[in-house]
Design a protein around this ligand. Structure first.
Ligand code: RFL
Ligand code: PHB
Length: 394
């Protein structure tokens, strides 16, 4: 089989790139290791920045998001038992975020791909990338016992943190920066009304908690837990009890509990690969970087990587110029490092780090106190949370 762009991975990065390329008349084939149901079963991101919303519109898949997504103009920060609202909308001159789950974004993209009759190979085994240092790269995979080959102009590595693309880049050409945090997030999804109409980020004595949602009737909550904890250690009742203890009295009284639909533990990591281009192979999304989820940046960064890569590919095919693909890595990394900084900072501010001692705790409280009382401090949080514009600082 021959195509212009072979995309490895059918997560949000791969599907969005595929859809944008299709709209621009550029051929792409997607090869995914898992089944479509498995991809849809992963409960992940919930908050979309304006640039991501715009991109989904550009890809022609925004209709359901605008109908069902919840527009949020602020969020609460809870510390020392009190909640303080960050009025993002006012502080950023009218910007908001959209609460709409990654599962739904993925479903909308999958539906659009299917409606357009485009090829996605699911449950591909032993996917490998070859010859990306030449003008004739290839992707091979096994399916139903047969080996298949895709010849292409470019490979887009959209295969997440554990994918094959980054792992196939020559070790001498790659530099990786990593910080692993000494705790994880235990997440619980339930068909219960959210405790509050906006998100609550809580810094409590017992550790961080986040109250988020997927709709007016579906809630998503997270607790900071030690890395040694296992999901099986946490009954639903134990989760709700611990969440109550990390909230303020008002929220505690409002909290509606119920059986979990999903429960999982995710480790927290900051990670960046440089560069994001190896000859004719590019990395986009979690394949190239990971942020801790505290700032809700992972999916949004994946979307903006895809936008920069898409622009470069359009320039290549429509204007016969390599300038855009040549700049991809540099442009994307600028934005990535800014989001890495914010996610690391927000994580450091909101979680408990016993290893930093009492002084660490006092300094954290002083910083929170400064942020909510300073217009400049609050604005800095707000402008990063809603997302920096695509051309910020360029
Ligand atoms: P994905 O979603 O990991 O998709 C990669 C796909 O590649 C496939 N794959 C392969 N396919 C073929 N061959 C191989 N060898 C392959 N290896 C892997 C995988 O099966 C998969 O389908 O990466 P992508 O597309 O770059 O998307 C990134 C986002 O999923 C991620 O950044 C976000 O989920 C992060 N994230 C959040 N981001 C936000 O913007 N806002 C949030 O509120 C937010 N909350 C979160 C999050 C991530 C979380 N977890 C569990 C990591 C909350 C959590 C708990
Ligand atoms: C979520 O709803 O899953 C979510 C929301 C905000 C975050 C992280 C995750 O910062």
């Amino acid at each position: 089989m021959r195509t212009q762009v072979a995309i490895v991975g059918a997560g949000p990065s791969g599907l969005l790139l595929g859809q944008l390329l299709h709209k621009a008349g550029i051929d792409a084939v997607i090869v995914e290791r898992q089944s479509a149901e498995y991809v849809l079963g992963r409960i992940r991101a919930g908050v979309l920045e304006q640039v991501t919303i715009d991109l989904l519109d550009e890809a022609g898949v925004g209709a359901r998001m605008h109908k069902e997504g919840l527009v949020h103009g602020g969020f609460d920060m809870l510390f020392k038992g009190e909640r303080h609202r960050i009025d993002m909308n006012r502080l950023t001159g009218g910007k908001n975020v959209m609460v709409y789950g990654q599962t739904e974004v993925t479903r909308d993209l999958m539906d659009a791909r299917q409606a357009a009759g485009l090829t996605t190979v699911y449950e591909a085994v032993n996917v490998q990338v070859h010859d990306f240092d030449t003008r004739n790269p290839r992707v091979t995979y096994e399916k139903d016992g047969k080996t298949n080959e895709i010849q292409c102009d470019f490979i887009a590595g959209c295969d997440g943190f554990h994918g094959v693309c980054r792992a196939s880049a020559p070790r001498s050409a790659i530099r990786e920066y990593e910080k692993v945090y000494p705790f994880g997030w235990l997440g619980l999804l339930s068909d219960t009304p959210p405790v509050h109409e906006e998100l609550i980020y809580a810094n409590s004595e017992r550790g961080f908690a986040l109250c988020s949602m997927r709709s007016q009737t579906r809630s998503r909550y997270y607790l900071q837990v030690p890395l040694t904890d296992k999901v099986e250690d946490w009954s639903d009742e134990a989760f709700w009890q611990e969440l109550r203890l990390r909230l303020d009295p008002d929220a505690r009284n409002q909290l509606v509990t119920g059986p979990s639909i999903e429960k999982s533990i995710a480790p927290l990591r900051s990670f960046v690969t440089e560069p994001l281009r190896f000859g004719r192979m590019f990395l986009a999304g979690d394949a190239g970087h990971i942020v801790p989820p505290t700032g809700a940046k992972g999916l949004n960064l994946a979307a903006t990587d895809v936008k920069y890569l898409f622009n470069g590919l359009v320039e290549y095919y429509k204007e016969k110029s390599e300038a855009g693909v040549d700049r991809y890595s540099e442009l994307a990394l600028k934005r990535i490092w800014r989001a890495e900084r914010f996610s690391w900072w927000f994580t450091s501010l909101m979680h408990r780090f016993p290893e930093n001692g009492e002084i660490g705790q006092k300094l954290q409280e002083a910083e929170l106190d400064y942020l909510i009382h300073s217009e400049a401090g609050s604005r800095s949080v707000a402008e990063n949370y809603v997302g920096l514009p695509l051309d910020f600082g360029l």
